[in-house]
Design a protein around this ligand. Structure first.
Ligand SMILES: *Cc1c(COP(=O)(O)O)cnc(C)c1O
Length: 401
């Protein structure tokens, strides 16, 4: 769905030569190619293609960059969530409080790990889980709470920590989009039992295919996730499971990371700070050009916190009137957009058995109806931002309501 469209060929979007694809990394990739080629050659020479030395090197480099005790490389951000939930001790039937507005994997991971999502509404300013709503969703079966950090800022981690403490819940963070974001100096994903990273190509640090990681400061969570990604193999006597010394101690999955993806990610990691700075510049350019535009109801709003929080623009998301008509208009003019997220999770058919109704989580539902993501990636030119904003203004100028 959004992932496939995000990779539309930038060359075919229109005939004017001025198309603005939703995502492209063609020019930065050309710059990075020598570093990537060197790393790929290393993989070929070492002959370890999965779960090999470059994956280990990437895990070390990321752990240092994030300030995490452990980074466990896996096949995708989604797998990372499932393994994190299992490693953090989710048991069959346990409930996890999840925001009703997120990528579907935030909640489907809970089901795949044997649990049950308990949906709660978001704070409409940050799109993050609202602590008061999270507290109201707690039942005797609730064991965990999953704040999701979306687009450009963190969910209210202090508020969530308070709820977690009051109800004895484990915090697991869906920090798939949040690389580079810190709360009071601590990187996203490291405020509870653990978090995840996604290296899907469009993410702030993207591979050339699927990859992800579990990040944690908890030795036991890291060791269990590392075993689960590799068929449940610990491969030695287990400190944390006394008496268990079998090689395969848990039913695991095959979610090893490819060394070829690690080769790409290691090359791109050196540019991460520059990429984040470029994203911030482009976001500022959008905000300047769209401020006061009729039809645009909300631009990204930085929420004041008592502690330092570093925003990182993974996505430039606006809320607009006549969203679907705007999306069509932009597409007709060669501008790619994405609808993050089109359906609130409590109304997704795959969660129909939970018995939710429209109207239950009004902030999540409003965001799904009005939000649209504009193109934002380091290769984007300021002239392209100009073009997108001019088209948005033309749309609302012409379609006065
Ligand atoms: C991208 C993303 C995921 C899933 O990551 P994949 O690597 O695509 O599996 C999960 N949660 C959120 C919020 C995401 O943005």
């Amino acid at each position: 769905m959004e992932h496939a469209a995000a990779l539309a060929d930038p060359g075919t979007a229109d005939h004017s030569g001025r198309a603005v694809p939703f995502f492209s990394q063609a020019s930065s990739f050309a710059e990075l190619w020598p570093a990537i080629a060197t790393n790929v050659t290393t993989v070929l020479h070492r002959g370890k293609f999965s779960h090999g030395p470059l994956v280990a090197e990437l895990e070390r480099a990321l752990a240092e960059r994030l300030g995490a005790a452990h980074v466990v490389g896996v096949n995708s951000g989604t797998d990372a969530l499932v393994l994190l939930l299992r490693a953090a001790g989710l048991e069959p039937g346990d409930e996890v409080v999840v925001p009703a507005f997120s990528f579907v994997a935030s909640a489907s991971s809970v089901v795949l790990a044997g649990g049950r999502p308990a949906f709660a509404d978001i704070d409409p300013l940050t799109y993050g889980l609202d602590p008061g709503a999270a507290a109201a969703a707690v039942t005797p079966a609730t064991r965990m709470v999953m704040p999701v950090h979306l687009f450009c800022q963190l969910a209210d981690l202090a508020g969530i920590a308070e709820v977690a403490q009051r109800h004895a819940l484990t915090v697991v963070e869906d920090s798939a989009e949040a690389i580079g974001m810190r709360w009071d100096g601590v990187h996203a994903g490291l405020h509870g039992a653990g978090g995840v990273l996604s290296f899907f190509p469009t993410k702030t640090l993207g591979a050339l295919g699927d990859a992800g990681a579990v990040i944690t400061n908890d030795d036991r969570v890291a060791e269990t996730a590392a075993a689960l990604r590799h068929h449940g193999r610990f491969g030695r006597t287990l400190d944390h499971f006394p008496g268990i010394s079998n090689e395969t101690a848990l039913p695991g999955v095959n979610s090893k990371m490819d060394d070829l993806q690690a080769a790409v990610l290691l090359a791109k990691l050196g540019r991460l700070d520059a990429d984040i700075a470029r994203r911030a510049e482009l976001a500022a350019a959008y905000t300047e050009r769209l401020r006061g535009c009729p039809g645009v109801r909300r631009l990204p709003t930085a929420v004041e916190r008592e502690v330092d929080t570093d925003p990182v623009f993974y996505v430039y998301l606006v809320e607009v009137e006549h969203r679907d008509a705007l999306v069509e208009y932009l597409a007709a003019h060669g501008v790619g957009t994405e609808t993050y997220y089109p359906v609130p999770l409590h109304l997704q058919p795959c969660f129909a058995d939970l018995g939710h109704r429209r109207g239950e989580f009004p902030h999540a539902e409003a965001a799904c109806a009005r939000a649209v993501a504009l193109p934002l990636y380091p290769d984007l030119l300021e002239s392209q931002v100009d073009r997108v904003c001019a088209l948005v203004r033309a749309f609302y100028g012409g379609a006065a309501s």
